[in-house]
Design a protein around this ligand. Structure first.
Ligand SMILES: Nc1ncnc2c1ncn2[C@@H]1O[C@H](COP(=O)(O)OP(=O)(O)O)[C@@H](O)[C@H]1O
Ligand SMILES: [Mg+2]
Length: 438
């Protein structure tokens, strides 16, 4: 639900969230299992655990306050077409490896925001008049349909709700935000933008169709297949790359603001694509000395950065916090807020971190995953990274780029460990076979 509920808002934003001096975190810290590192993480875990209590709100509640002028919501810069600005951005961020994250953004296919305008007839043809049988999803913005363009391309068609009163204005802002962001970005791990339509009370966004459901669907096993840990690490890494791209490699840093498992779409090969840019907005221009943007709180309960909730100051690190919640979700399989559980298990991240402090983190591993040596040690590393992302103060959270690097290392180690597991398993079974033969 994207409708605002001021009672939640007041409850969250006016809660005094205790600040503890968490200098134990640093952007350069790595996830490892050394004792000092563990101690650091444990101290951090204690301060993180305290913060969840104040942030309890019902699950999947879309939060959107109305306190700040909407016109400020997304003042997208015009797309920079000469290389100079992009070049200075790159050098400012110290990144010369744009190619790692970017795809063909510098090609002649560069799109201006909203330049691909569909007609209502095309949209009707693509979706067979918004046939209910083509419905594939539903969210705060409206209903999503599968469609086929005249050239045969499979697309997802997001049709905005025709709502009334003040909400309408906000859905309009979301629509603008989504098309402006989508039109500027291009990355393998972001849904591709095909175009849009705004006509009278119709608002439609057309994006690439991603065929295999959401990450949440897969964690819930709705198609009967268990997502193994290797696939989960790949998905987390894909998401980290996508957010890194938004934070570092776009002409102006973009904050997604709604990173969560139901906004992560999976391809047939289980690669992840981040969707839903309805809450996206531009980050502060650090060249001008600004450290954050002050803006209304938007996001989904359970994933929201407590510091942003408290101060209304938004930075890229709010996405890092949400990513930390997502990592906990990926390894435990649980939703960030599980209202049907016992009180101490309702906020999944808090529960997992408390278990971590009790040195019983392994009991929070998704029961659907095998408890092999490789899975156990990799699970611990991912949980430690999540803990860093969930640091109460933003300066103690790693950058998204650092998260991607750490995950990359975790992935490499996991592959080596599983190869070892397989090796020892096959030599063990060979020994057994020769014993039987002997
Ligand atoms: N590109 C897509 N391909 C396939 N399914 C999609 C696509 N985009 C959205 N969906 C489905 O529709 C749901 C809602 O879409 P989303 O973009 O998150 O809209 P909202 O802004 O309303 O939350 C998603 O959770 C997903 O199930
Ligand atoms: Mg969504």
């Amino acid at each position: 639900m994207r409708s605002p509920d001021s009672s939640y808002d007041v409850q969250i934003t006016h809660g005094r969230i205790p600040y503890s001096p968490c200098s134990v975190y640093s952007d350069t810290s790595t996830v490892g299992s050394s004792t000092p590192g563990r101690r650091r993480i444990s101290v951090a875990a204690r301060s993180v655990a305290g913060i969840f209590v104040r942030c309890f709100v019902p699950p999947e509640t879309k939060i959107s306050t109305f306190s700040v002028a909407d016109s400020e919501e997304f003042k997208a810069p015009s797309v920079v077409s000469d290389g100079s600005r992009a070049g200075s951005e790159r050098s400012r961020r110290g990144g010369s490896n744009r190619g790692v994250y970017a795809t063909s953004n510098n090609s002649t296919h560069r799109r201006e925001p909203g330049s691909v305008i569909f007609t209502m007839e095309e949209i009707f043809r693509a979706t067979r008049n918004f046939s209910p049988s083509f419905k594939i999803g539903h969210g705060g913005f409206g209903t999503v349909y599968k469609g086929t363009l005249d050239n045969g391309t499979a697309v997802a068609v997001k049709r905005g709700k025709k709502s009334i009163s003040q909400l309408d204005k906000h859905l309009g802002v979301e629509f603008q935000s989504e098309i402006r962001t989508l039109a500027q970005v291009e990355h393998l791990n972001l849904v591709k933008f095909y175009g849009c339509l705004e006509h009278e009370d119709e608002r439609v966004v057309v994006v690439e169709y991603v065929s295999n459901g959401t990450l949440r669907d897969h964690l819930d096993c709705i198609n009967g297949n268990i997502l193994d840990l290797a696939a989960r690490i790949d998905i987390a890494t894909d998401v980290a790359h996508a957010i890194t791209y938004l934070h570092m490699y776009t002409d102006h840093p973009i904050i997604h603001r709604d990173i969560k498992s139901s906004n992560i779409l999976l391809t047939a090969h289980l690669r992840a694509k981040v969707a839903d840019f309805g809450f996206a907005r531009l980050a502060a221009e650090t060249d001008s000395g600004a450290t954050h943007v002050s803006t209304q709180v938007k996001g989904t309960a359970g994933y929201l950065d407590p510091e942003y909730l408290r101060t209304y100051q938004l930075t890229e690190k709010s996405d890092v916090y949400s990513f930390g919640v997502l990592l906990v979700e990926i390894v435990t399989g649980r939703r960030p807020i599980e209202t049907n559980r016992e009180l101490n298990e309702r906020i999944t991240a808090k529960w997992a971190l408390n278990k971590f402090l009790e040195e019983d983190a392994i009991s929070t591993l998704d029961p659907k995953l095998e408890c092999t040596t490789a899975n156990r040690s990799t699970f611990a590393k991912i949980l430690e990274l999540a803990l860093q992302c969930l640091a109460p103060r933003r300066q103690n959270r790693p950058s998204m780029r650092r998260c991607a690097e750490i995950l990359w290392g975790i992935r490499k180690d996991y592959r080596e460990l599983t190869a070892l597991d397989c090796h020892s398993l096959s030599s063990h079974s060979q020994r057994n076979a020769s014993r039987r033969e002997g």
